[in-house]
Design a protein around this ligand. Structure first.
Ligand code: AHR
Length: 333
């Protein structure tokens, strides 16, 4: 009976792939486990880059999961934050006929053509971390990542509580890579918060590309324009570290004890240390440990099951009162 269900699942998955073809190319089921030399399952992973501590933890999670010891060959391509490099990497994976493609997309748009090519080659594509916007959702089997919009809403709810009664709240908005789901969701949350709170104004806005270097540079620019900032809404920890450096060097007070209140995202170990030290006032978690989650999807596909199309990760948020030193030390990223 179990075998029957497994076969049925595999049949449905093959049908899903077959239905996504626009050019009528013939398709078959994904390559079975033992088809590759040495019996290894070959996973081609197109990674955004190495722009942040989060990203490096994410790459490590994939490396730690997809080991040869466990029967995998993991091929990683670092796109250095450039979509065209990701497209080239996927085409290369198709040429190599990998068993699975894992894509952590830099931005949401522009994937239709290359994912159609992967579908035509019958290679299942799993999307990890950021989401994609695509005409035909059958071109990827599953997505696992964070609910970035919810992260923004959590930060805005904290602002609402913290600044109740404040008539005039000046917000500097440091965005991540424009067009990435992490930027879109977190920025949307803030925009909606501003629309719903008379007196809240975004007075400065620029992208720091999720890096510490750009975070510092953008903050220096902000400070050269004005210094009467109440809140810095900073879309990741590394940019917040750069902003802290700039504030410190410019002698502008910041932190939970007074001055510019910094809100950050990721809650990496270093980010939580800054939160405990009250330099960052509020930090919303974004979990990068997706390796085992992606592996679960691959296992499901191999046993003919249909994985969930969308899986959000549970996440928390912290201020200095809600974290302990022990928790920071035990953090894996
Ligand atoms: O997509 C997740 C985001 O990308 C993280 O918040 C950021 O640090 C990373 O670069």
């Amino acid at each position: 009976m179990n075998k029957l269900f497994a076969l049925l699942g595999l049949f449905l998955f093959v049908c899903t792939l077959a239905s996504c073809g626009e050019n009528g190319a013939e398709k078959s089921a994904p390559a079975p486990e033992a088809e590759k030399p040495g019996g290894l399952i070959v996973v081609g992973f197109s990674q955004v880059g190495a722009e942040s501590t989060w990203r490096m933890a994410n790459t490590k999670s994939m490396k730690d999961t997809f080991t040869e010891k466990k029967g995998y060959k993991l091929i990683i391509r670092d796109a250095q934050q450039k979509q065209e490099r990701q497209v080239a990497a996927i085409r290369d994976f198709i040429r190599q006929r990998v068993n699975f493609i894992v894509l952590a997309p830099v931005t949401e748009h522009g994937w239709d053509e290359v994912l159609q090519e992967a579908a035509s080659a019958s290679i299942p594509v799993i999307i990890m971390d950021r989401m994609i916007q695509i005409r035909d959702e059958a071109l990827f089997v599953s997505w696992v990542g964070s609910d970035f919009r919810k992260e923004g809403d959590v930060a805005v709810a904290w602002m609402g509580k913290t600044f109740t009664g404040k008539k005039d709240l000046k917000i500097a908005h440091m965005q991540g890579t424009i067009g990435s789901s992490a930027q879109i969701g977190r920025s949307e949350g803030l925009r909606e918060g501003v629309a719903g709170n008379a007196g809240w104004t975004i007075v400065l806005s620029a992208s720091g590309e999720f890096t510490q270097v750009n975070g510092k540079e953008v903050m220096e620019r902000f400070l050269s324009e004005r210094r009467d900032i109440d809140v810095l809404y900073c879309e990741n920890d590394n940019m917040a570290f750069g902003a802290i450096q700039a504030l410190h060097e410019a002698n502008v007070p910041y932190g939970a004890q007074g001055g510019v209140q910094i809100i950050s995202f990721d809650a990496t170990r270093a980010g939580l240390e800054q939160t405990l030290a009250r330099n960052i006032s509020f930090n919303v978690e974004c979990n990068p440990l997706h390796g085992p989650r992606v592996e679960k999807i691959i296992r499901q596909l191999q046993s003919g099951q249909i994985p969930a199309k969308v899986e959000h990760v549970d996440e928390r948020a912290f201020d200095a009162a809600t974290i302990s030193k022990e928790e920071i030390l035990s953090r894996a990223y």
